[in-house]
Design a protein around this ligand. Structure first.
Ligand SMILES: N[C@@H](CCC(=O)N[C@@H](CS)C(=O)NCC(=O)O)C(=O)O
Length: 213
């Protein structure tokens, strides 16, 4: 696996992974990019070739047009915001940037990581008899984390009052990770409106079939 050097972005991608938020931001920015699938089921993210590009062995990663590769979904989104400021997807200035940073980091550090406990209890505890309790704990924490997000939504239907930002696309991805998310959305009406508004956008129509297979 290598970075092709034709001066465009390369998104290291897997279906229904954290690559979805970055992919939506790239689509919304109208920035040319190519997707490089990483076959995680086959362990490609742990291959020597991929670890040379992203030493954490995780997806997403993004190769910048000049060849440097960055990981971490929040860092990738902030980097894209710096490079494409006119998109408005990463607010600048004092008005909305503090809230943007706060909730982007929260989404990446809290609910995203709770999904790892929900889906991969074996990474945290060796004893299989403890996994159901860990999964149930993760499910309960997710309820609290999504209700915190719902309460933090300051706009309508989007997260921030000024209109769509990368927060909306990140939240859309996290909602997609939530098993049976309709029930959760019924308990969180602001998230439900955000999900409907983002789901109606062309960027989502474009990328969703690739994730749902
Ligand atoms: N903090 C990272 C988390 C990325 C992450 O956990 N990605 C998952 C796929 S959704 C992954 O690569 N898992 C494989 C592993 O951690 O070994 C980010 O925000 O990009």
């Amino acid at each position: 696996m290598a970075v092709e050097s034709d001066k465009t972005y390369t998104l290291f991608w897997e279906a229904m992974s954290g690559a979805m938020a970055v992919e939506l931001v790239l689509e919304e920015m109208g920035v040319p990019y190519r997707r490089q699938p990483v076959d995680m089921a086959a362990g490609e993210h742990r291959s020597a070739a991929y670890l040379r590009l992203n030493p954490t062995g995780q997806v997403p990663a993004l190769a910048l047009p000049e060849g440097k590769v960055i990981g971490e979904s929040a860092a990738i989104i902030l980097t894209l915001g710096d490079r494409h400021p006119d998109s408005g997807l990463v607010p600048r200035g004092d008005l909305e940037r503090p809230a943007f940073l706060r909730w982007l980091i929260y989404m990446a550090a809290s609910p995203y990581m709770t999904f790892v406990q929900l889906n991969h209890p074996e990474r945290f505890l060796d004893d299989p008899s403890t996994h159901d309790a860990l999964i149930e704990g993760a499910r309960q924490r997710l309820e609290g984390q999504f209700s915190a997000l719902d309460a933090a939504i300051a706009g309508d239907p989007f997260f921030l009052p000024s209109g769509p930002t990368a927060l909306d696309f990140y939240a859309y991805m996290l909602i997609s990770f939530f098993p049976d998310h309709e029930g959760m959305l019924a308990r969180n009406p602001r998230l439900r409106r955000l999900h409907e508004a983002v789901g109606a956008r062309q960027s989502v129509r474009e990328i969703l079939p690739r994730h749902l297979g």
